[in-house]
Every structure is written in structure tokens, then in C-alpha cells.
Design a protein around this ligand. Structure first.
Ligand code: SAH
Length: 354
């Protein structure tokens, strides 16, 4: 059997693995043993699963594979302990993962797709275009490999790296079930945030799943026509539809939504912009996260430090819950999509040797 035909075992949930064991004529409890080797002990070689018989290990190697990621680059910030990984996937594509340190522990920002289709004008991920969705195991492995490399356990996960999580809905949902499985990694989904640019039908679907995670919505503009100029997704799902979906989500889940707002001088920071944002979100159970836009080489967007501060103050004075997000890893290009984009560019010109 060729490697590509083998089943990606880390993408299977426990009932699926139990089913596979039954197919192989094995006892059900073997599935739980293997599941724990993978998701609790984070052992990624069948040979190291010592309480599994040699006979079964041979069978496992014949039918399944464990797809590891390769650390192509690892950058450590000198300023704030942020660590950024460029992972090479088994097919040679790259994704980025960022580990951040907060007072309560480590939080990891993971990617859900290779590239992105959404085309937001300020985002580095959009520039190289879309390649493919990540599998559940590729999303999960970013966490497991980083934890092993650093010898730590992360306490929070944010789906805010490369890609649009709700554009890879099924695999992201499988990932969420795997990462939180009580028999496995057992991370509470209360410590997971999922960020979307606003794929409206999927927000309704997600609300029904009752995951208890935090939904972040990348708003960036409170005027629908203006938003369409910087976020093409708004031409498909208007601001009005998006806000209806957000209200439904809050009502259904009882959770508040975080709205992300990257301030870009000359684009979305005027007093008029702030006023529209206040009207749009008034009375909603939400929080606004103001982010000074990260510079992307191909764009001339920027924001002065004072822009974010005064924008946040304007909102707070009018009763909106707003804070300015701390910038982490500024010395290692830690904003989403920048490292992968730089590597692709160097590869094209033959200038990189990973
Ligand atoms: N596709 C998802 C998640 C990935 S982007 C989404 O759109 O939410 C993660 C966050 O980074 C989003 O809020 C996105 O709008 C923001 N972002 C992208 N490029 C940025 C930049 N140059 N400066 C600041 N924030 C940026």
C-alpha cells in the first residue's frame, strides 16, 4: 500500500478509530489505547506504542500513517517570548503557527488553510492566493508539534493564523472535537477563539454546535460600502446580514462576540467611522479589539500608535467595551501570513535553503 492511500490516523475521532479496529478484527479497547498514545502522550511513531503488540503495530503501519510536520523555520522574539514556526506539510506546502506568552499561560495561533481565498486588502495571507484546506490532523499537529518542541502545554488556542476557518468548516469542526476530546487532549473549548471575516451561513451553523468557544468577527469597518472596498467577502454577505448572524449567535450561545478592528490611517479611523461603529454595536453583548494594522510590504497601510488609542477612547467614552490589542513578536514578523509569503518569494527566486 502506498503512503498516500494509508489512513491519516490523527484525523480520526475515537468512534471512527474503534470502527477501524473492529474492521481489523481487533478489540475495541485497542482504539482507546492508540488514541491516548496520539492525543495524550503525543507519540507519533507506532513503534514507540509499547503496550501495543508488535503484531498489531505492524498492522497499524500497514493501514495507517501519522503525518508529522517539519519545522522549516523557528523564530524567537527577543522582546516578549513569542515564538513563530514555519511548518512544512507532508506535501511541501507551508503554514505558520505562533506561540504567545500571556500572564495566564501560553496561547497558540494556528492556521486552517494553505493561503486564503478571502482577499482582504490589508492581509499578507491574501497576496499569495489560496492553495488548499488543511486536514484536521494538520490543524491539530501545529499544536502538538509546538508543545513537544517547547516542552509545554498550551492553555489557549486561537484560529487566527493563515486561512478562513469557516471556509474549511468540516475539518475545523472535526479539529475542535478532537482537540477537546475528554479521552485525548482534553482542552476546554472555552479556551478556544475562532476568527472569521464573516461567512454568514457558517456562523449560523456554528451557533447550533454549542461549542462554547469565543467567536471573533473581523469587522474593520462599520459602513457596508466602505467595508466592501477592503474586505471582498462583504460583497457576498453584507454588513446587515453579518450583524443579524452575530445577534443570532449571541442569543443562541449566550456568549459575547469579539469584534476585531484593525485601524488603518486614512481608511477607517475617522470620527465618522467610530460613530458608525458605536451605532452598529450599541446594546450588543460584545467586545471590540482594536489592532494597529501590521505593515505588509505590498501595501502602504499604516497606523500611528495614537490612532488606535484615540479610536478606542472614543468608543469607550460612548459605552462600548473596547481595548487596544498588545502587539506581540513585532521583531519576528509575527503577523499572519508574512513569514510564509516571504519564504515563497525567496523560493521563487531560488534564494532560500530551508
Ligand atoms: N480569516 C480569519 C482569520 C485569519 S486573519 C479572519 O479574517 O478573521 C486573523 C485576524 O488578523 C483577522 O482579524 C484579520 O482581519 C487580521 N489581520 C490580517 N491582516 C492584518 C494586518 N495587516 N494588520 C492587522 N490585522 C490583520
Amino acid at each position: 500500500m502506498e503512503v498516500s492511500e494509508k489512513i491519516d490516523i490523527l484525523s480520526l475521532d475515537l468512534p471512527q478509530l474503534e470502527f477501524k479496529m473492529a474492521e481489523l478484527g481487533e478489540k475495541k479497547f485497542r482504539a482507546k489505547q492508540i488514541f491516548q498514545w496520539l492525543h495524550v502522550k503525543k507519540v507519533f511513531s507506532f513503534d514507540d506504542m509499547t503496550d501495543i503488540s508488535v503484531q498489531l503495530r505492524t498492522k497499524l503501519k500497514e493501514f495507517f500513517c501519522i503525518k508529522s510536520l517539519f519545522i522549516a523555520k523557528r523564530l524567537e522574539s527577543c522582546i516578549d517570548n513569542t515564538v513563530k514556526y514555519l511548518y512544512r506539510l507532508p506535501d511541501g506546502n507551508y503554514v505558520e503557527t505562533v506561540l504567545m506568552e500571556y500572564h495566564y499561560g501560553r496561547s497558540i495561533c494556528i492556521s486552517t488553510q494553505v493561503g486564503c481565498k478571502m482577499g482582504c486588502s490589508f492581509c499578507a495571507s491574501a497576496i499569495a492566493g489560496f492553495v488548499r484546506n488543511l486536514t484536521p490532523s494538520e490543524i491539530l499537529m501545529q499544536i502538538y508539534m509546538t508543545e513537544k518542541d517547547m516542552g509545554i502545554k498550551v492553555s489557549g488556542v486561537v484560529l487566527m493564523g493563515i486561512g478562513e476557518p469557516l471556509d474549511n468548516y468540516d475539518n475545523v469542526v472535526k479539529f475542535l472535537r478532537l482537540v477537546s476530546d475528554k479521552n485525548g487532549n482534553n482542552l476546554s473549548l472555552r479556551h478556544v477563539s475562532l476568527s472569521t471575516c464573516g461567512i454568514v451561513p457558517k456562523i449560523y451553523e456554528l451557533a447550533e454546535e454549542k461549542f462554547g468557544l469565543t467567536l471573533s468577527v473581523s469587522l474593520h469597518c462599520a459602513d457596508s460600502d466602505e467595508r466592501s472596498k477592503i474586505m471582498p467577502v462583504n460583497r457576498v454577505y453584507s454588513l446587515d446580514e453579518l450583524m443579524k448572524a452575530c445577534r443570532f449567535y449571541i442569543e443562541k450561545t449566550g456568549r459575547r462576540i469579539t469584534f476585531e478592528y484593525a485601524v488603518i490611517d486614512g481608511v477607517n479611523v475617522s470620527e465618522e467611522n467610530a460613530g458608525k461603529l458605536v451605532s452598529l454595536l450599541r446594546g450588543m453583548n460584545c467586545h471590540v479589539n482594536i489592532i494597529p494594522v501590521n505593515k505588509v510590504k505590498e501595501r502602504n497601510y499604516s497606523s500611528k500608535k495614537s490612532s488606535a488609542e484615540s479610536f478606542a477612547q472614543y468608543l469607550s467614552k460612548r459605552g462600548l467595551n473596547a481595548t487596544v490589542r498588545r502587539t506581540l513578536g513585532s521583531d519576528i514578523n509575527a503577523a499572519c501570513g508574512q513569514l510564509r509569503r516571504d519564504t515563497l518569494k525567496l523560493e521563487k527566486t531560488g534564494g532560500v535553503n530551508l
